[in-house]
Design a binder for this molecule. Sequence first.
Ligand SMILES: Cc1ncc(COP(=O)(O)O)c(C=O)c1O
Length: 417
Amino acid sequence: MTRIESILEARGRLLGRNLSIAYEKPLNIVRGEMQYLFDDEGRRYLDAYNNVAHVGHCHPKVVAAGQAQMALLNTNTRYLNDLIIRYAERLTATLPEPLSVCYFVNSGSEANELALRLARAHTKARDLIVLEHAYHGNTTTLIDISPYKHDGPGGDGPPAWVYKAPLPATKDDAQIVANLTTRLKPLCGFIAESMPSVAGQIILPDGYLKSVYDAVRAAGGVCIADEVQTGLGRIGTHFWAFEKYGVVPDIVVLGKPIGNGHPIGAVITTPDIAESFDNGMEFFSTFGGNNVSCAIGQAVLQAVQEEKLQSHARQVGEHLLSGLRDLQQRHEIIRDVRGSGLFLGVELRNGNAPATREANSIVNRMCEHGILFGTDGPSHNVLKIRPPMPFSIEDADLLISTLAETLFVLFRGPSRD
Ligand SMILES: Cc1ncc(COP(=O)(O)O)c(C=O)c1O
């Protein structure tokens, strides 16, 4: 049995079977360094997929901050300690007023759960509007508000308090949400990723979110922005993706990249909502806001800012977009190239049909060539490109030339040449 075969056998025996495994030839990844991952044979892969390692896999300053704090103290928020204050100050300094009150938890799922509790405490209502194909996390309630899961295999559909709005094609689709809000009184709120990622790396039409937020607030609801995938400068033009649309949410949910791989989630809200939530029931998370997490969170924010990763993402993203659009001119299978900064999607279609099988072939072939991609979208026909932020112009060129060769080998025709 090869090493890979024995790990696969042990996984099948010891771990829940509904964990998926990336790539037809699974990778045994043993080390990470910035935008690269290394397998057990020392082969280097360019990581164009893992957004969690935001400032780079094992970024030395983040590792050092975590190690130093772990050697000094790691305890909970019931003791006073400056670290959590400094981290909260640094985090809220990146957000517009009145988003100024933080809660720290351990994952994006926990953060979304808490966001729902805040929204319910503030509005005393339950009915929630979500976007089609959205994913907000793995808990029971979050599956309830995640059409990507409850409408998919093994799902039971939405519960009675969840209402689904279609992914907008134009800003006028905000009217669909507005119509829903008139039916749903009392309304708890609206939750959406500022750029729906699992739905296929979508940029919302200009003006859509503003009209939706206005309608939701007019009906007494609160607006929750899930920035788990889109925040921290990834989209290049703005630090948080909601800023692109000129809106300010009532509750912002953070996860994945803010710990660069260390499990941190955060919810930031307004003093008004925080006051409604302070209803006598203590909020406590054993690990949320612990000293090590705060040291790491702060080091991540510092790295984003000191290394100017937002403007870097903008520059490299524009370069990638132009290379991908060139490929689109030559390959009919590329229906759309979209995104912002290092949050990009390449939608593949055969005529009107989603090119799911072809997307899968591309991802596997790119992996064989040492470049890690993933797919997303309801039909898994969108190539998802969201690398660690140090991803460079040279990396982008390698990605484009490898993708060009892959497309040529797999689908020589039909071409638009
Ligand atoms: C948009 C979004 N929200 C929330 C979550 C849940 O985060 P976690 O897996 O850290 O619980 C995810 C995870 O993929 C996500 O993509």
